[in-house]
Design a protein around this ligand. Structure first.
Ligand code: MNH
Length: 462
């Protein structure tokens, strides 16, 4: 078989000479638009901007092929390359060849073990309690605001022993947390939008945005520095959290400590990577629970039975909530795709992908591919994850945590906190919406629901 070249890939209609497929760019919802194109153009297609060809893989079968680590590797392009301008050598943005990546990954991996989750459980529980207290006072819930607060509070309290003051006791927090949250959100939006900028217009827009973004970046850095300085001064500090690990543990391989400016990059990485994605996941889950309260009623009847405070082992046993979370991750992956680079010449779907060429694997499309997931692939049905165990040989593509050595280090952390929060909320409240609405998603490096409200009625009073 003769493989075709990438220039022969299907592309959106309306291609313009020189400029390319500019008309098919959706700056605000780029990956959702690409998922739509995948349905129209098939499992692999191209989008050409000037001379820049983006190859998008949206079919499950081809997407699975790119998971093979011998043939494909990870590469830093897109929003990640943009974020590198701010956080050069954090776990997320460091090149795999950078010695600091391996060093940080080895030092931090124990911080995400089961034993560590057990030790974070208490801090996570305090956040669930603060959230319940808030909802008891006011049943009209701003989901976006509360999930931003809850996830930042969890990574702050569990990871850095630093309450952020966004829930519960405001006094306990460092100065300027509200401004930090706003600045961080603007920086993430900038990284995402400027990646999808059009030629000519884009650079102009970037030039105008630059001073504001620089100010935000400085603010965020200063905030993180203050967290680290507080720890370094506090001799009585508990050092078994993530921050303690980073400041006091030597890399088992090189015997070295992480340089302090690298610790700052890591703290920033965890605050950013740990909250947006997890908040997005929780919001999708709350949307489905509130829109169809029977899902929650069943979970309460089968798994929670009035248990308000859940201990670590109880959380691990909440199978129905785990299945719900997986279904949310399948249909609305907070990281909607990732880039893979061909290590040697590869044939993908009948096309030749030359060595060194990157392709964009669109989980958002591949995880909804009816060819792998069945004709109800587009429907929300958490049961599909109840008794199945996906393996490397099953046809379904499911990679919400990425793949290979660069996959999400925070996976167990995210699963534990979301299961605990949903379990705690469901056991105490019945969730509903005032009137039905469609979930809309906006994109800021992550795929995240637009703000919406739900009603949380205490179960005793329903
Ligand atoms: Mn997380 C990498 C998804 C929660 C910290 N994360 C990744 C990648 C995906 C991902 C996908 C790989 C990206 C790529 O290959 O380009 N992460 C998620 C999702 C959630 C999530 C869907 C929640 C839901 N992540 C978290 C949490 C933390 C975290 C919580 C920290 C506490 N993630 C990371 C870090 C990396 C990462 C750090 C980079 C790991 C590496 O490259 O070594």
């Amino acid at each position: 078989m003769h493989a075709k070249t990438l220039s022969e890939l299907p592309h959106p209609s309306g291609r313009v000479p020189l400029l390319g497929d500019v008309r098919s760019v959706d700056r605000r919802r780029p990956t959702q638009h690409e998922a739509q194109l995948a349905r129209e153009l098939g499992p692999i297609f191209q989008r050409l901007l000037l001379r820049d060809r983006l190859v998008v893989v949206g079919g499950a079968e081809l997407a699975k092929e790119t998971l093979n680590e011998q043939a494909w590797g990870r590469v830093l392009v897109g929003p990640l390359a943009k974020l590198r301008e701010i956080v050069t050598s954090g776990l997320f943005t460091a090149r795999t060849s950078d010695p600091l990546w391996g060093q940080a990954r080895r030092i931090l991996t124990p911080g995400f073990s089961q034993a560590s989750m057990r030790s974070y459980h208490r801090a996570m529980q305090t956040v669930a309690d603060d959230l319940a207290i808030k909802w008891e006072k006011n049943p009209d819930v701003d989901v976006h605001g509360d999930m931003t607060a809850a996830t930042l509070e969890i990574i702050g309290r569990a990871g850095f022993s630093t309450p952020m003051g966004l829930l519960g006791d405001h006094e306990a927090a460092p100065e300027g947390t509200d401004e930090f949250v706003a600045a961080l959100s603007r920086v993430l939006a900038w990284a995402s939008e400027s990646t999808n900028d059009l030629p000519i217009v884009g650079p102009l827009r970037a030039a105008f945005a630059a001073p504001g973004i620089r100010r935000d970046v400085n603010y965020v850095r200063g905030f993180v520095d203050s967290i680290i300085e507080r720890r370094q001064k506090d001799g009585s500090a508990q050092n078994n959290d993530l921050l303690g690990l980073m400041l006091t543990t030597r890399d088992p391989e090189t015997g070295q400590l992480l340089p302090v400016d690298n610790v700052r990059d890591q703290v920033l990485t965890f605050l950013a990577a740990g909250h947006e994605t997890t908040a997005a996941l929780l919001e999708v889950a709350l949307y489905h629970l509130a829109t169809d309260p029977r899902i929650g009623d069943l979970i309460v009847a089968e798994e929670l039975s009035g248990n308000r405070v859940l201990d670590y082992d109880e959380v691990v046993r909440l199978r129905r909530i785990r299945a719900l979370i997986n279904e949310c991750l399948r249909l609305y992956p907070p990281a909607p795709g990732f880039f893979r680079i061909a290590r040697s010449d590869q044939e993908l779907g009948g096309y030749l992908v030359p060595a060194g060429r990157a392709v964009f694997v669109l989980s958002l499309a591949a995880q909804r591919d009816p060819a792998a997931w069945g004709s109800d692939a587009g429907e929300f049905r958490a049961d599909r994850f109840l008794n199945t165990r996906l393996t490397a040989s099953s046809p379904e593509f499911f990679a919400p945590w990425g793949t290979g050595p660069r996959s999400c280090i925070g996976r167990q952390f995210a699963i534990h906190e979301t299961t605990l929060l949903i379990g705690s909320v469901l056991s105490q409240f019945r969730l509903t919406v005032n009137k039905p609405f469609e979930l809309r998603l906006r994109e800021r490096a992550t795929l995240r629901p637009e703000p919406f409200r739900i009603v949380a009625t205490p179960r005793g009073r329903a």
